[in-house]
Write a protein that binds this ligand. Structure first.
Ligand SMILES: [Fe+2]
Length: 392
């Protein structure tokens, strides 16, 4: 009986160890580090995650002190103690993020949410898996990559001009064209998104993972239209590609690059200030810092690829921040929820709506990823409807 309990403790310590390195992977993937180096780091840490349980089993479990064969924890060699304490903290951290995920509720500023699930494979009646990288993942059982959730969320914002009551923004993010999912999948997605008839369209970055797919833009994002315009920023995956060429090609289809310079849109006699940031990968947060000139603007929108800039945007006084990048975690492990998220905040802002100070953040789960795998985390395209709240 004691051996079983000690076996469970060793398992818990191994999970805690893996969580510690996962937390390092999450934080390093939030930094301006090229994908090649990140991949190497990931492989080393994944190897450590596999080897550690074996070392733990043979050293602590079977030899010294041998807790699985009658040994006592009190005889644990001194040098093991800080390591196992860290592993315990890692396990507690995982429990904490799981509890936070289970108890997540949108802030009161989000007054409604509904969604329609569209199964693209059934709808198009064709195989949508191409020959791109990691295409073998796309066909795994229970992969939800072809089941896209078109969500409609309603926000009530105190600074929104009353004349803009009911203004709609289509929030698209993380398309990741790589050839792994066929072009037809994205054409259909964009066509359905267009049917939601938004007033304004925002793309929040990560468009191209393989430059061969650049000409897909003409048939996907290219035809989309909205009365107030279509605006984009790029993401860290575009930074790993030929970002200048991506930027230029999308601009040629009529989309406006929000990072070139902030835009002031006049709508119903009031001003919407829109800025975009791809920091830390391209540009600096300083480029989208608000100034005294913004005092005359009626509403301030920041499109930031990573949600990590949320706290900065809140301190600046932005009203609304739209982000992607974290993909909702892509794979969620019940009951813990998301485990991987390339963010300095770990899994805290993987998706959903958050409110701090007077700033609302909406993080889209995005559509795809370089790894075409989604378990318990469907792709998402959102239509956000804004209402003005009581100014008191
Ligand atoms: Fe992404």
């Amino acid at each position: 009986m004691e051996a079983i309990a000690n076996g469970l403790i060793l398992l818990m310590l191994s999970i805690g160890h893996a969580e510690l390195w996962t937390s390092v992977i999450n934080r390093t993937h939030a930094l301006k580090i090229h994908e090649v180096y990140l991949k190497r780091l990931r492989h080393v840490l994944e190897l450590l995650m596999v080897l550690f349980p074996l070392v733990l089993l043979f050293a602590v479990g079977l030899s010294d002190p041998g807790v699985l064969v009658g040994g006592e924890w009190s005889q644990l060699p001194l040098w093991w103690q800080p390591i196992l304490l860290l592993c315990t903290l890692g396990f507690l951290g995982l429990i904490y993020s799981g509890v936070r995920h289970q108890f997540y509720r949108p802030p009161r500023q989000q007054t409604a949410q509904e969604s329609e699930l569209i199964h693209l494979r059934e709808r198009l009646k064709q195989d949508l898996i191409g020959e791109g990288p990691y295409h073998y993942l796309a066909g795994l059982p229970f992969n939800e990559i072809f089941s896209v959730e078109f969500t409609r969320k309603t926000f009530q914002l105190s600074r929104l001009p009353e004349k803009w009551e009911g203004l709609t923004i289509l929030h698209l993010s993380d398309l990741h064209f790589s050839g792994t999912l066929k072009r037809e999948y994205f054409i259909e997605l964009c066509r359905i998104a267009q049917e939601m008839k938004p007033d304004l369209i925002i793309f929040a970055g990560d468009l191209i993972d393989r430059m061969e797919c650049l000409d897909w833009l003409q048939e996907t994002l290219g035809p989309m239209q909205a009365p107030l315009g279509r605006f984009f920023i790029l993401g860290n995956h575009d930074w790993n590609q030929e970002s200048l060429q991506i930027r230029q090609t999308l601009s040629e289809t009529g989309w406006i690059d929000l990072t070139a310079e902030p835009v002031r849109l006049q709508h119903e006699g009031q001003t919407l200030f829109m800025a975009g940031t791809e920091a830390p990968w391209m540009g600096k947060l300083q480029d989208v810092k608000l100034s005294e000139d913004n005092a005359a603007d009626d509403f301030l929108l920041l499109v930031s690829h990573t949600p990590d800039n949320f706290h900065w945007a809140e301190r600046e006084g932005y009203d609304l921040v739209l982000s992607g990048h974290t993909h909702g975690g892509q794979v969620r492990v019940p009951p813990f929820g998301p485990i991987f998220a390339p963010s300095l905040h770990g899994t805290r802002y993987t998706s959903g709506t958050f409110f701090r100070g007077s700033t609302l953040l909406h993080v889209s789960r995005g559509v795809s990823g370089i790894h075409p795998l989604r378990w318990f985390c469907r792709p998402e395209i959102s239509l956000l409807t804004l209402h003005s709240a009581d100014k008191k």
